[in-house]
Design a protein around this ligand. Structure first.
Ligand SMILES: C[S@@+](CC[C@H](N)C(=O)[O-])C[C@H]1O[C@@H](n2cnc3c(N)ncnc32)[C@H](O)[C@@H]1O
Length: 345
């Protein structure tokens, strides 16, 4: 870890000088965006905008700011994710609190939100106000609050097994004034839902065991493994979620799942094997990667006993129909949607 400069050197430094030194340190530490990170961190510790700091580089930092900046830069040089140092991350133009113990929302997850919003919006029969959705594995609450802000009148149950994540999510939900419509529940996958829902949206852990060691250190050493690891092939949670869907999804409802590289096909098959979905689609990000798999259950699934009913507890799975051999073809070349950086992890 780089040594901090001595106290005397810090006092009276100008913003410009502090930035220059910080960028040097971060570059030497192998940071991919040293100057940008240096600016973001200085804005964070001074409470000023990057623009105002750059407009007056000769302005002196106070000793307290200088010390706080040095600490922040040393942490970043040691591999700490920028968002854990600033405690903030923007997602769908919403300012979210994040911190150790909760996954930092990724830009590519915005595609998951966009696909879910399209599936929950008119002219689809089950859409609009009154709809009840679930965000399974909510983490910071990013997907749930984005859905709630984009879908007025829709209620979202946001679940997670992690108490640390739910505490952060609760603060985000409250700060954004969405407490009435985003309801947090602790529990395993769909078990935490008090009622069957019209749509299930999830960004589950999906890193396969063999890929774990190859993750960037910044991810592997700092973000919670329980947010990332999905078992031998990355699909452990998808299998369990798919098995539970017939009991928790209302007829005509949808599911929308973010997936990792090479997982869209297997996840689409898992959904079709439940026997309740009539259509399955695979959605590309702008980098051309299959990033999201969505499916809608048939209204007839209710009649055959394959889907949940809103009256009372979720239906049991016993009546779920067997896999339909003539399942509809997947629309694999679904139109590319918005971007995301390539590969999340
Ligand atoms: C990839 S993170 C997604 C977080 C957030 N939805 C996002 O997109 O930024 C997966 C989340 O699932 C949670 N999780 C892991 N296993 C779970 C389970 N069995 N039931 C519910 N949530 C689970 C983790 O704690 C983590 O918050």
């Amino acid at each position: 870890m780089p040594a901090a400069p001595d106290e005397g050197a810090r006092l009276g430094r100008s913003a410009g000088e502090a930035l220059r030194r910080a960028a040097e340190l971060l570059r030497a530490a192998g940071c991919g965006t040293p100057r940008l990170d240096a600016e973001v961190l200085l804005a964070h510790v001074t409470g000023r905008s990057r623009e105002s700091l750059l407009a007056r580089p000769e302005g002196a930092l106070t000793a307290g700011e200088d010390l706080a900046y040095e600490e922040a830069v040393v942490r970043r040089a040691g591999g700490w994710p920028l968002a854990y140092i600033t405690g903030r991350r923007e997602f769908f133009s919403l300012d979210l609190e994040v911190g150790p113990g909760v996954l930092i929302p990724r830009p590519e997850t915005e595609l998951l939100v966009e696909v879910a919003v399209a599936l929950a919006s008119p002219p689809v029969a089950r859409s609009g106000p009154g709809l009840v959705l679930a965000d399974i594995g909510t983490g910071s609450g990013a997907v749930a609050v984005a859905l709630a802000s984009l879908l007025p009148g829709v209620v979202i149950y946001a679940t997670d097994t992690s108490e640390a994540a739910l505490e952060v999510a609760e603060r985000n939900v409250k700060r954004l004034g969405l407490g009435g419509r985003v309801r947090l529940r602790r529990g395993d996958l769909l078990d935490a839902l008090p009622v069957p829902v019209d749509g299930v949206v999830a960004n589950l852990p999906y890193v396969a065991d063999p890929d774990w060691e190859g993750l960037p250190r910044e991810v592997r050493d700092f973000e919670p493994p329980g947010s990332l690891r999905g078992g031998p092939d990355g699909l452990d949670l998808f299998r369990r979620l798919a098995a539970g869907l017939p009991a928790y999804l209302l007829p005509g409802g949808f599911v929308c799942l973010e997936v990792g590289p090479g997982q869209a096909g297997p996840v689409a098959r898992l959904l079709l094997e439940t026997g309740v979905f009539e259509t399955v689609a695979r959605h590309l990000d702008l980098a051309g990667h299959e990033r999201v798999v969505s499916a809608r259950s048939g209204e007839s699934a209710a009649r055959s006993g394959g889907c949940a009913t809103r009256s009372g507890a979720p239906a049991t799975r016993s009546g779920a129909p067997a896999m339909r051999s003539g399942a509809p073809a997947m629309r694999s070349g679904a139109p590319a949607m918005r971007s995301g950086a390539p590969g999340r992890y």
